[in-house]
Design a protein. Structure first.
Length: 282
């Protein structure tokens, strides 16, 4: 009995002794996974495209000639709201075609704003400021095309309505035009997972005031409606080589008046047009 007690006591001492390892057949607990890093609030994006012509609010800006376009954007996610700033540019010819500039071949836009959703819904908003800059020299009776707009947009899934309100008193080379605005109602409907998006648009460009150079009100000369129908295709559906590439085409038309929109060639820049394009997001 005494020997048994001594053996048990000795085993207990081994277990309690520091520095003595006791084998454990139980599997070791897996190491805890490192927490995933939160997504960065910073986003940089860019785009470049080739268009058969540049159409802006139904009007050809390049006299039906090709346009190269591109831009860069930076955005910061504050949580429920995303702030952004960016720039975009395209070649143009309309200011020389209409006799405003002696030379002008560039539109350079600068903008900033904020966008987000109304709570946890599919309703969205976007508000901001946009500056259209047209470098170049004007004729003695010409006017600079530089224009500033405030804009506000509300949207639901693939449907949007936007109001652009011009500030200042010289809007797209039209003098004394304070109070001019543009209403844009657009739909971009994705057709399932096909990569096809159907496009439709209706716009109302409304001018105010009177430019003394033309002998009639700005409204009677320069106000018009425009519309667009078209489709685009996500080319990555064909091959990964074309990732972030979109191709498409659209038809546009307006009721722009010849008295306000005929260029030096006698061509109405608001007549019906078909435009095709190739665009890549960077």
């Amino acid at each position: 009995m005494l020997n048994r007690i001594l053996v048990v006591a000795g085993l207990a001492g081994l277990v309690a002794a520091p520095g003595i390892a006791i084998a454990d057949d139980a599997p070791a607990a897996p190491a805890a996974a490192a927490p995933a890093a939160p997504p960065s609030p910073h986003t940089f994006t860019g785009n470049i495209g080739l268009f058969s012509q540049y159409i802006f609010r139904g009007l050809t800006q390049t006299n039906e000639k090709p346009a190269v376009q591109g831009g860069f954007d930076y955005s910061y996610n504050f949580g429920s709201v995303t702030g952004y700033v960016g720039t975009w540019g395209s070649n143009i010819s309309w200011l020389t075609d209409e006799g405003q500039y002696t030379s002008s071949s560039l539109e350079n836009d600068w903008y900033f704003g904020a966008r987000g959703n109304f709570g946890a819904t599919d309703f969205a908003y976007d508000v901001g400021f946009l500056y259209y800059y047209y470098p170049g020299s004007t004729y003695s009776l010409g006017e600079k095309g530089d224009t500033q707009e405030l804009y506000g947009l509300v949207g639901w899934k693939w449907l949007t309505a936007k109001l652009s309100y011009s500030i200042g008193n010289k809007i797209f080379a039209v003098r004394n035009s304070s109070g001019t605005y543009y209403i844009d109602i657009s739909a971009n409907y994705p057709v399932g997972d096909s990569g096809v998006t159907l496009m439709a648009h209706y716009g109302d460009q409304k001018y105010s005031g009177t430019d003394g150079r033309f002998g009639a009100s700005n409204d009677s000369l320069f106000s018009y409606y425009d519309w667009k129908l078209g489709a685009s295709y996500d080319a990555s559906k064909l091959t990964p080589i074309l990732a972030n590439v979109t191709v498409g085409a659209y038809y546009t038309d307006t009721d722009a008046k010849a008295a306000g929109y005929n260029n030096f060639e006698g061509k109405n820049i608001g007549k019906s047009q078909v435009t095709v394009f190739f665009q890549k997001t960077l």
